[in-house]
Design a protein around this ligand. Structure first.
Ligand code: SF4
Ligand code: SF4
Length: 443
């Protein structure tokens, strides 16, 4: 590749995008804001290296023209790698789905010639220093705040203010807990100026990913839906949610009770991922605030009252729920919330590393693998099923794991603190974890 190579000067730009190894359209059509004001190019880019920071009163176009954003665009056009994007490159190396390829394909497709033409012009108009004059936010994923009604064991203060409140009780005044000091409720829209700046950009949105904190208790979520409904845009916008499933009604300070089903009626294309790690009592302990009976009721209500919603499951697999996964899978399968063609979208927990299933002693990992193999046998596997992938991820993590006694000790130490703060007993719902603890004591 020559030094002055630039994708936007290629005569067949679509092919150049297709063939690229590092180009990604997201720095032109997307921004990913966090409650603590960090701006990342997307939700999977390295969050330790933000591309900008939002300051109250900033115009969004100025945020999009930070030095880091400009540099990143220049690299993308030259098809050079950016360290923030390593996760995409790694996924592509093993031949799996990456957000980069998915978004490039979506934005440069012959199926939507008008949109593709607009994107080509957008690339051609990129300034020499990587700046852009206009920002059309076609894909939106803004984490407005960490407001959440749960404090799941696998989460933390960055995503849940309740978690922050709990943490604050444990650390002294001099201990740093987040980028905004000892504030536990974080919001990029704390004074309302972010939402004001964002409003004009809502006109260009084609697809949204809503996640939290818990997005269904965020006032900004309702402001966005109202805007799209009032401006007759709802029918053309694809909504994608990850939610803890605890709320289907919202009390707005000005507008009173908001009925989500009334709002969702305007959106024909909705995908919803229920973040559930275990059913019953185990779910209640792993995800503080959960209340399984209420979650069940809400799931059935969504299926009945908003049949256009494609409902799926997105559990986080960790030491907390690995022994409860089959029980949850059975319930979801029997009740039609998961199927061989709509298997759960798994998150294999990587942080905190002391709760990753790969650190279990070999004996426990082998037992789990045997149990999962037998469990998986009972399901039919037609060719169009991708259920195999779901179990493959768990099996691979167990197979490639390595026992780590120090980290296991840390797991129990952290859980003892949580048990005490919450008045719970993790061991009571998970006797297998008790066996792991005994193993540590004997080894
Ligand atoms: S290449 Fe991947 S990590 Fe980088 S901005 Fe695009 S989607 Fe995000
Ligand atoms: S519901 Fe989501 S954001 Fe809230 S504590 Fe649980 S994992 Fe964190």
């Amino acid at each position: 590749m020559s030094e002055d190579y630039n994708i936007a000067t290629e005569s067949n730009l679509i092919k150049a995008v297709e063939d690229s190894k590092h180009f990604c359209v997201l720095p032109w059509i997307h921004m990913h804001a966090w409650p603590d004001d960090r701006i990342m190019p997307c939700c999977i880019a390295d969050s330790a290296e933000p591309v900008a920071e939002y300051k109250a009163g900033d115009a969004i176009i100025d945020v999009m023209n930070s030095d880091e954003y400009k540099e990143m665009r220049k690299k993308m056009l030259a098809d050079e790698p950016d360290a923030r994007c390593q996760r995409c490159y790694d996924l592509e190396k093993v031949g799996t789905w990456s957000l980069r390829i998915s978004q490039n394909t979506q934005q440069f497709t012959t199926k939507k010639p008008e949109n593709t033409r607009e994107n080509i012009t957008m690339l051609l108009d990129t300034q020499e220093d990587g700046g852009i004059e206009e920002f059309k936010m076609k894909y939106m994923d803004i984490r407005f705040s960490n407001l959440c009604n749960f404090k799941c064991r696998s989460c933390g203060p960055g995503c849940s203010n309740l978690w922050g409140d709990e943490k604050l009780k444990l650390v002294d005044e001099t201990t740093w807990i987040n980028r905004k000091g000892r504030e536990t409720l974080l919001s990029v829209n704390a004074d309302g100026s972010f939402m004001e700046a964002l409003k004009p950009h809502l006109n260009d949105v084609q697809e949204v990913y809503f996640a939290g904190g818990e997005i269904l208790v965020h006032p900004e979520h309702y402001e966005c839906l109202d805007y799209w409904i009032e401006n007759d845009m709802a029918k053309d916008i694809r909504l994608n949610y990850t939610t803890n499933m605890s709320k289907i009604k919202y009390q707005d300070k000005i507008k009173g009770e908001r009925d989500l089903f009334e709002l969702w009626k305007h959106f024909p294309d909705i995908e919803m991922w229920a973040s559930i790690d275990a059913v019953g009592e185990a779910g209640d302990v792993i995800r503080k605030g959960f209340k399984w009976e209420r979650i069940k009721k809400n799931m059935f209500a969504i299926r009945e009252r908003a049949p256009q919603i494609r409902l799926g499951l997105t559990p986080t697999i960790s030491l907390w729920n690995i022994w409860h996964y089959s029980e949850m899978f059975d319930w979801m399968f029997e009740n039609g919330f998961t199927s061989i063609t709509n298997p759960p979208r798994l998150n294999m927990l990587t942080a905190p590393d002391w709760a990753n299933i790969s650190i279990l002693p070999e004996k426990f990992r082998l037992d789990l693998m045997r149990e999962f193999r037998l469990y998986y046998e009972k399901f039919p596997k037609p060719e169009d099923s991708n259920m195999n992938d779901t179990f493959k991820m768990i099996m691979m993590t167990l197979r490639n794991g390595e026992e780590n006694k120090d980290k296991l000790e840390e797991f129990f130490k952290e859980n003892d603190v949580m048990d005490k703060m919450r008045g719970e007993e993790l061991a009571e719902i998970s006797p297998r974890l008790l066996e792991v603890r005994q193993w540590i004591e004997q080894n």
